[in-house]
Design a protein around this ligand. Structure first.
Ligand SMILES: C[S@@+](CC[C@H](N)C(=O)[O-])C[C@H]1O[C@@H](n2cnc3c(N)ncnc32)[C@H](O)[C@@H]1O
Length: 263
């Protein structure tokens, strides 16, 4: 399952990845921290550039990290390591990184202030962060709400899923980052669609492999009708290049203040 999920994310976010790579602008000697690295595509991308530096990917999921390690080994990357840990509290070397990147891996913190402080301590004064996060849910209705409604789920989105949008408000995040010692905080809009598959059948296969979708289908009053609605929705989003849903993200960039005292 972790392998499928990894492939799904990498395909889903292929267009987004191009923007993150450009914003991260990894240098050849950079020491890079990839937060919520999952199966590590962005970790490997960074390692391919930081050939005289190194990249550490951290994630809470041992399953995803297993895939990440296998893929980094297969790519023969000697400058990559992975650690299992919660970015809010995981022990990281003080000022040990020049750059902190993340592709949708920093929105799930129960205590963002603690997480930002912990990550801030790990970035050297003058170092940077480049994070991709979702904008607020209202701007991501097509994929977050339309699919739920096709499945017959009309209740407010569960707290766990809503966390994906927790860094969607630039004013709040700017405040949170500035109190933990970041400056030059900027939000660049990324308006790329998410990709669910080359055709409707593949998109349906991918979506029905998700626990949430399987559970909703199993609990639907008329599961066949819910499946037909889901198929209909995917058909409506089929283009010549595959099934796409509109989405909006931010790339958050910031700099660790150069005269920052390490707390
Ligand atoms: C949406 S996935 C993105 C994975 C990967 N960055 C990618 O783009 O394929 C979010 C990842 O964040 C990880 N995660 C969630 N909370 C975390 C935390 N507190 N510390 C570290 N990783 C976390 C999850 O395990 C998951 O792998």
């Amino acid at each position: 399952m972790a392998m499928n999920l990894a492939d799904f994310y990498d395909a889903e976010l292929a267009r987004h990845n191009v923007h993150l790579r450009a914003a991260a602008d990894v240098g050849v000697r950079d020491r890079v921290l990839d937060v919520g690295c999952g199966a590590g595509q962005t970790t490997r991308d960074a390692a391919c550039v930081a050939t005289k530096g190194f990249v550490l990917g951290i994630d809470t999921s041992s399953e995803m990290l297993e895939v990440a390690r296998q893929r980094a080994d297969k790519a023969r990357l000697g400058n990559v390591a992975f650690e299992q840990g919660d970015a809010q509290v995981h022990t990281l070397p003080a000022a040990g990184f020049d750059l902190c990147i993340s592709r949708f891996g920093v929105m799930f913190f129960a205590d963002p202030a603690a997480a930002f402080a912990n990550l801030g301590r790990a970035i050297r004064p003058g170092g940077r962060l480049a994070w991709m996060v979702w904008q607020s849910q209202e701007y991501n209705d097509e994929w977050s709400t339309a699919i739920r409604q096709a499945l017959g789920l009309y209740d407010p989105i569960p707290t766990e899923a809503a966390a994906a949008f927790s860094l969607g408000d630039p004013a709040t995040v700017t405040e949170q980052l500035s109190v933990t010692g970041f400056a030059s905080i900027d939000f660049a809009e990324v308006r790329e669609p998410v990709f669910y598959g080359p055709d409707v059948d593949s998109a349906l296969d991918a979506l029905t492999s998700f626990e949430l979708v399987r559970t909703a289908l199993a609990q639907a009053d008329v599961p066949d009708a819910a499946m037909r609605r889901l198929r209909g929705l995917l058909e409506a989003h089929l283009t010549a290049d595959g099934v796409f849903f509109d989405s909006r993200a931010w790339i958050v960039t910031a700099c660790r203040a150069a005269n920052q005292v390490q707390l």
